[in-house]
Ligand binder design. Structure first.
Ligand SMILES: C[S@@+](CC[C@H](N)C(=O)[O-])C[C@H]1O[C@@H](n2cnc3c(N)ncnc32)[C@H](O)[C@@H]1O
Length: 276
């Protein structure tokens, strides 16, 4: 199934999508007591927004994504940064049980999922993750801000209207960033025996027009991307519609849901010698 992340989208994603604040990686390291010899799996790695910085904290990251173009772009970016401890694997959430077989005795300190769980069957995934994890390990589900067209600002409201006009449909997908969806994720983690906590890292940043339009392009399925000859018209019309609402200030709420594997305390049994 083509999810629309191939071709040009992978490059746009790499250039225009936000990475994550360094505090996030420190919080993951603390939550799962990460060690130098640990392995982390980043599921739905895209172009490596989580996988690349995560790799500094552990022995290796296994970065998994069903879209080969995303993996290829991520791999090039990591090589350019001199990162050598990430393995890139074509795969999806439903392949996780297979990973248990591939890894043999090796367990995983953490499974990270950045801005991708809404593409997966989260309940099945949370059940499958448990057997992969080492004691004290866990899963972290991160959402990175709010889609550009759903923000509570005048420029974002103008963008919503403009996109509706251009494409003929109202852009409404929250991509798993809304509170109701996160609540469902938390409940599902608890139902699967995880201890759940949340870290909130918020900041505000100013977008320039290139990043705004690049962010929109990167969020479109590749078959809806305006063809290159149409892009100048697309950009000019959007620029005109949004210009009165400058500066494009973006409030970026980063939310990380941590699910730590609950391990049963070892039961100590004292065996009394049988009396003769
Ligand atoms: C929005 S991108 C997120 C990329 C990156 N993790 C980040 O934090 O920005 C979503 C990624 O999920 C991948 N994806 C889609 N369906 C998936 C699935 N069933 N299992 C794993 N990854 C999937 C897509 O190919 C895409 O690269």
């Amino acid at each position: 199934m083509d999810l629309g992340f191939g071709g040009e989208i992978s490059d746009l994603y790499h250039r225009f999508r936000r990475g994550y604040p360094p505090e996030l990686f420190r919080a993951i390291a603390v939550a799962f007591s990460l060690r130098d010899d640990d392995l982390v799996v980043d599921l739905g790695c895209g172009t490596g927004q989580l996988a690349a910085p995560m790799a500094q904290h552990v022995r290796a990251v296994l970065a998994v994504d069903p879209e080969p173009d995303m993996l290829a772009r991520a791999r090039t970016a990591a090589t350019e940064q001199g990162i050598t401890n990430i393995g890139w694997l074509v795969g999806r959430d439903s392949d996780l049980p297979l990973l248990r077989t591939v890894l043999g005795d090796q367990s995983v300190a953490a499974v990270t999922i950045g801005q991708a769980l809404h593409w997966m069957d989260h309940a099945t995934l949370f059940t499958a993750v448990g057997p992969l994890l080492r004691p004290g390990g866990g899963i972290v589900v991160v959402s990175n801000g709010i889609p550009l067209w759903l923000q509570d600002s005048d420029w974002s409201r103008a963008l919503r209207g403009w996109l509706q006009n251009w494409f003929g449909t109202r852009p409404a997908n929250s991509c798993g960033t809304d509170e109701l969806t996160r609540q469902r994720y938390r409940e599902s983690l608890i139902a699967n025996g995880f201890d759940v906590s949340q870290v909130e890292l918020d900041y505000t940043d100013e977008l320039d027009f290139d990043h705004l339009i690049g962010g929109i392009y990167s969020a479109l399925p590749v078959d809806r991307l305006p063809p290159p000859p149409e892009r100048a018209r697309f950009a000019a019309s959007l620029r005109e519609a949004l210009d009165p609402f400058q500066p494009y200030l973006e409030y970026v709420p980063v939310r990380a849901i941590f699910g730590t594997k609950i391990t049963a305390d070892p039961v100590s049994v004292t065996v009394q010698p049988a009396a003769d």
